[in-house]
Design a protein around this ligand. Structure first.
Ligand code: G3H
Ligand code: 13P
Ligand code: ZN
Length: 290
């Protein structure tokens, strides 16, 4: 069933696990992740980026999530979130469409602009009881930055405290060595700056922290992150790889098959397996038991 993110966050914080926030873009990826949540009896966040909204259409993707959450997911609680909203307009559209949380990502702007844009989104969302995520520090892809820049772009703990106070965000995406995208899957994930994460959490202990770019991050790092205040963990790249690599193999193995349902079923299952593994890793398996 579709629920408000606030319900999920409260339980995650009390029981000290993290919620998986899985990026989806169509019926098949949504089914794969939801099947995993049902199998593992786990609450989850389904999130869409602006690119996915452009691809599927806001109304269509919202309806897919709402319908699958109420039909296939049954009692398993699912929250719908806008990932990396870059404009006030995108945020406002998702608030109006019934999302229970949005991200305003102005992290690549100077601090003052980031605060102004994020606060504007927060004020609007809060009027409709929608939760908000901001980002401070910048989480880039390895292909976009050199090692030295990755360090420079990390979240400063004192600035994080100031940012949360000034904007009123409910959750904060942090840059603590985490990186987005595919290249880290090939080169190795550089890992988290756990001391920095701990320092941030100490200054804003009541603000759930969000870890972007978590594909490929080893379980030990994830668990150390959860102990240091990470309550939401974003996974996209590993889902995409599972879906597309499986699709490629399916088509090569059976070049005669032309029924899209036959061709896509193994990819849906591949997504499910990745999401199941992450749910176990994040400690949320069983958390949706009545
Ligand atoms: O962190 C970004 C997400 O992986 C979304 O990427 O804009 O290509 O959908 P996208
Ligand atoms: P990955 O693609 O590295 O898993 O990151 C996902 C993410 O941060 C979505 O916002
Ligand atoms: Zn992200």
């Amino acid at each position: 069933m579709l629920v408000h993110l606030s319900e999920l966050l409260k339980d995650a914080q009390e029981k000290k696990y993290a919620l998986g926030a899985f990026n989806i873009e169509n019926l098949e990826t949504t089914l794969g992740v939801v099947n995993a949540a049902v199998k593992k009896v786990s609450p989850i966040i389904l999130q869409v980026s602006e690119t996915s909204i452009q691809y599927a259409g806001l109304k269509a993707i919202t309806s897919i999530v709402q319908t699958i959450a109420s039909v296939q997911a049954g009692d398993i609680p699912i929250a719908l979130h806008l990932d990396h909203g870059r404009t006030f307009r995108a945020v406002a559209e998702c608030v109006r469409a019934g999302f229970s949380s949005i991200m305003m990502d102005a992290s690549d702007m100077p601090l003052t602009e980031n605060i102004i844009l994020t606060k504007q989104a927060v004020d609007f969302a809060h009027r409709k009881a929608v939760l908000t995520q901001g980002e401070l520090g910048v989480v880039k892809g390895l292909e976009e930055i050199e090692e030295e820049e990755r360090h420079k772009l990390m979240t400063d703990p004192e600035e994080a405290e100031k940012f949360v106070k000034a904007t009123g965000v409910d959750t904060l995406a942090v840059a603590v060595g985490n990186v987005h995208g595919i290249l880290k899957m090939q080169k190795g994930n550089p890992g988290l700056d756990l001391d920095r994460l701990e320092a941030i959490h100490k200054l804003i202990p009541d603000t759930p922290l969000v870890l972007h770019g978590a594909s490929g991050l080893p379980e030990a790092q994830i668990q150390k992150g959860i102990v240091r205040g990470i309550s939401i963990i974003n996974i996209d790249t590993e889902l995409r790889l599972a879906f597309t690599n499986t699709l490629r193999a399916t088509l090569i193995n059976d070049p005669e098959e032309f029924d899209p349902r036959e061709v896509l079923a193994p990819s849906i299952f591949a997504i499910q397996k990745v999401a199941e593994e992450k749910i176990e890793m994040f400690g949320s398996a069983g958390a949706a038991k009545p």
